[in-house]
Design a protein around this ligand. Structure first.
Ligand SMILES: [Ca+2]
Ligand SMILES: [Ca+2]
Ligand SMILES: [Ca+2]
Ligand SMILES: [Ca+2]
Length: 186
C-alpha cells in the first residue's frame, strides 16, 4: 500500500495564505486553511453539513426538510446528486449522518430529538405536535412536507419507533389478533 506523507504550502502573501494537501495511505484529502487577519478557519467538506459548522446535526436536518418542502431545489441540498431536492435526499442525508455520528441508521430515522437514542421522548414530540404546521424533522415531520400528521406517525411506527408501553402492548395484542405477530411454538 502506498504510504507517503506530503504537504505543500502555496499562494502565500502577507494577509491570506495557504492551501495544503495531504496524500496519505492512498487517500487524497484537500483541506483549505484560510487565514483572515488573526483568525483562522479550518474548512472541510462534510456532506450534510448545510450550515457549515463542521458537524451534521439537528440544524442540518431541519434545513434540508425546509428546502425539500420549499421546492426550490438548491443544489447545496442535493445530497444524492440527481438535480432535485426531494425526499430521497433526506434518506441519503441519514446515511451520511449515521456514518458520521455512529448512530445506527434504524435509530437515526426515528430519533426525532437527535439525542442519538430512540425513546418515548421522540414519540411524545411527534404526538405533541400532531397537526402542527412545521417543516422541522425535530418536531416530528418525518416525511419533509409542511406539517406533522398521522402520515408521520405511521412512518415512525413502520420504522419501529419506540412508543409508550401501554400503546406498545396494545399494538402487539392487535398484531396477534390479526395474525401478524409470531407466537411462540410449544
Ligand atoms: Ca452542521
Ligand atoms: Ca436529490
Ligand atoms: Ca431521541
Ligand atoms: Ca409530515
Amino acid at each position: 500500500m502506498l504510504q507517503t506523507s506530503h504537504s505543500i504550502y502555496c499562494c502565500e502573501d502577507s494577509s491570506r495564505h495557504s492551501l495544503f494537501s495531504l496524500l496519505r495511505y492512498g487517500t487524497f484529502t484537500l483541506t483549505a486553511l484560510v487565514f483572515l487577519g488573526a483568525q483562522s478557519v479550518l474548512a472541510t467538506a462534510l456532506t450534510g453539513d448545510f450550515d457549515f459548522d463542521g458537524d451534521i446535526d439537528s440544524v442540518d436536518v431541519n434545513l434540508l426538510t425546509a428546502e425539500i418542502e420549499s421546492g426550490f431545489h438548491d443544489p447545496t441540498f442535493d445530497v444524492d446528486g440527481d438535480g432535485l431536492v426531494t425526499l430521497p435526499d433526506l434518506d441519503e442525508f441519514f446515511l451520511f449522518y449515521s456514518a458520521e455520528s455512529g448512530v445506527p441508521l434504524a435509530i437515526a430515522l426515528v430519533d426525532i430529538n437527535f439525542d442519538k437514542v430512540n425513546t418515548v421522548a421522540d414519540y411524545q414530540i411527534l404526538q405533541t405536535n400532531l397537526s402542527a404546521l412545521t417543516t422541522d424533522f425535530t418536531s416530528g415531520n418525518l416525511n419533509a412536507d409542511s406539517s406533522v400528521d398521522t402520515a408521520d406517525r405511521s412512518l415512525y411506527l413502520s420504522r419501529g419507533g419506540v412508543v409508550p408501553e401501554p400503546m406498545g402492548s396494545t399494538l402487539v395484542l392487535a398484531a396477534i389478533v390479526c395474525g401478524l405477530y409470531p407466537r411462540r411454538r410449544r
